[in-house]
Write a protein that binds this ligand. Structure first.
Ligand code: ADP
Ligand code: MG
Length: 322
C-alpha cells in the first residue's frame, strides 16, 4: 500500500493531539523557557509522547539560532515512559555526537514535570518527502541511505540500539540526513561487550523485525535495527512498505499475516528495480528474516551497491562525511 494514501488517518490523529497539546501550553512553560533564553514558536509536529515546536535559542555571545524544542509533559506519560524511556533518551542525546545525528543544544528539566530537548532545527523529515509521492532518483537514495547507515553504524559501535528506525525519525538538514528520536533507544552492550538481549517490541509495526514481532525468544536489538533499515531503504526506493501497512497490520490477525509475509520473504520490487541485482541483494540481506544471517550495520556500506553507481558532482560534495 502506498505510503502517501496510507498515512492520512494517522496524520489526522496527530493533528488532533497536537491541537490538544498546544492549548495546554501555559504561561508557566513560557516563563521556564524564557529563563533558559528560549522562545517557543509554532508547533511543527508531534510523535507518540511529545510535541515539537520551532523556537529560538540565544546562545553565548547573544547569537540567536533557530531550534526545535521537543516538549514532553511527564505527567501525561506512563510510568515506563517517565521513569525509563525519557531518562534514557536524555542521557543518549547528550552523549551521541555525529554528523548524521541531530545535534542537541540543551536539555531543560523542570520539577519532574516537563522536559524540553532543544536541538538544531531540521528542514523536515524523510516521511514528508516520501509522502509527496514522487519517486526519488536511485543515486539520491543511495547517498541518503549511506548517511543514515553511518549514523546507525556509529550508535551501534557505541552499543546503542535505536529501536524506532523509520522515515519519520530521519530528519533533513540542508539535504543531509540526520537521525533523531532516541525515545526507545537503549544501551545494548554490557561492559564486557556482550549484547543485552531484549524481548520488547518498540516502534512502528511496518518497520518491525520478525524477531521483535514474534517475541519467541530474546533478540539483539541492534540486529533488529538492521531489518528496519531494510524497510527504510525499500520505502525510499518504492514509496511502499515491503510487507504490509496501515490499519490492517494493527489487528492480531494482520500482525500474524505481516509476520508470515516477512518469513516468506514476500517482497518484490517494481519494474525499474527488478533487474537491479545490487539493490535486490542488499535488500535481501537487510530483510533477512533470520537475524543470525542478517547483514550487520558495520557491513552495509561495503555492499557493492555503494560502489557501483557513479556519484554526481553534487553528491560527491555531500559525501565528505565520516
Ligand atoms: N530537530 C527537529 N527539527 C525539525 N523537526 C523535528 C525535529 N525533531 C523532531 N521533529 C519533528 O517532530 C516529529 C516528532 O519528533 P520525535 O523526536 O520523533 O518525537 P516522538 O518521540 O514523539 O516520536 C518528528 O517526526 C519530526 O517530524
Ligand atoms: Mg518519532
Amino acid at each position: 500500500m502506498l505510503i502517501v494514501s496510507d498515512m492520512t488517518e494517522q496524520k489526522q490523529q496527530k493533528q488532533e493531539s497536537r491541537n490538544k497539546l498546544t492549548t495546554e501550553l501555559t504561561d508557566e512553560i513560557k516563563t521556564i523557557l524564557k529563563d533558559q533564553d528560549i522562545e517557543m514558536l509554532e508547533p511543527i509536529d508531534n510523535g507518540s509522547t511529545s510535541i515539537v515546536f520551532k523556537g529560538l535559542l540565544t546562545i553565548d555571545g547573544g547569537q540567536v539560532v533557530d531550534v526545535a524544542i521537543k516538549f514532553v509533559n511527564l505527567d501525561k506519560q506512563s510510568d515506563k515512559v517517565r521513569n525509563k524511556y525519557i531518562p534514557q533518551e536524555i542521557s543518549l542525546v547528550e552523549r551521541l555526537k555525529h554528523k548524521h545525528i541531530i545535534r542537541t543544544y540543551k536539555v531543560v528539566k523542570h520539577k519532574n514535570k516537563y522536559v524540553f530537548i532543544v536541538s538544531e532545527l531540521a528542514d523536515g523529515d524523510l516521511i514528508k518527502v516520501l509522502e509527496k509521492g514522487e519517486l526519488l532518483d536511485e543515486k539520491l537514495v543511495r547517498e541518503w541511505f549511506r548517511q543514515i547507515v553511518k549514523a546507525v553504524e556509529y550508535i551501534h559501535r557505541k552499543g546503542v540500539a535505536h529501536r524506532d528506525l523509520k522515515a519519520d525519525n530521519i530528519l533533513i538538514v540542508k539535504n543531509t540526513m540526520k537521525l533523531c528520536d532516541f525515545g526507545y533507544a537503549r544501551q545494548s552492550r554490557n561492559d564486557d561487550g556482550s549484547v543485552k538481549m531484549v524481548r520488547t517490541l518498540c516502534g512502528t509495526i511496518e518497520y518491525a523485525s520478525p524477531e521483535s514481532l514474534s517475541r519467541l525468544q530474546p533478540f539483539d536489538p541492534m540486529v533488529s535495527d538492521c531489518f528496519s533499515l531494510g524497510v527504510v531503504l525499500y520505502t525510499m526506493l518504492t514509496l511502499n512498505f515491503p510487507f504490509g501497512s496501515g490499519d490492517c497490520v494493527r489487528s492480531k490477525e494482520g500482525r500474524s499475516e505481516l509476520l508470515a509475509n516477512i518469513k516468506a520473504q514476500q517482497w518484490s520490487l517494481p519494474d525499474n528495480y527488478k533487474d537491479n541485482n545490487n539493490i535486490c541483494s542488499l535488500l535481501k540481506q537487510l530483510l533477512n528474516p533470520d537475524p543470525s544471517g542478517r547483514i550487520r550495520s558495520c557491513q552495509i556500506l561495503s555492499h557493492p551497491w555503494f560502489s557501483t553507481i557513479p556519484s554526481t558532482n553534487h553528491l560527491q560534495q555531500t559525501n565528505g562525511s565520516q
